[in-house]
Design a protein around this ligand. Sequence first.
Ligand SMILES: [Fe+2]
Ligand SMILES: [Fe+2]
Length: 146
Amino acid sequence: MEGMHHELRNLWLGLRTDCARMEERLDPAAGQRLIEHGLAFCNELEVHHDREETFLFPKLADRMPEFGPQSTLVDQHKKIHVGLAALKRYLLDCHIEEKVLDRAHIRAIMDTFSEVLLAHLDDEVYALRAERIRWHWTLDEFRKIP
Ligand SMILES: [Fe+2]
Ligand SMILES: [Fe+2]
């Protein structure tokens, strides 16, 4: 999990840095790269969370309430998805030139859920720490969790 979260964190921080780059504002190719970078992040995070919510969390929640439907981790997913949907909608609108790319606006959308996203990426890894998993699952059982 940490490897995937590390990649997501890097994509996220890279996107924020790209938005801050003033010198590329007039370069349409750089704008297109930024949109593609942003959409790639949105898709990667969506796929990752879908998989967790469909397979991993329900199975872990059998023995670990911190992955249950009322948990902080699930609540963080919900908050992240609100911001993620807004970010994806704006980037898609820019992609089809329905809207003019405004890096400050992308930053503003990112700022609405950056804190909860970065906290979640750390909190979930902590919840999945080895000693906690070993307490609830045998190695064989845990390997069978998709
Ligand atoms: Fe995760
Ligand atoms: Fe997650």
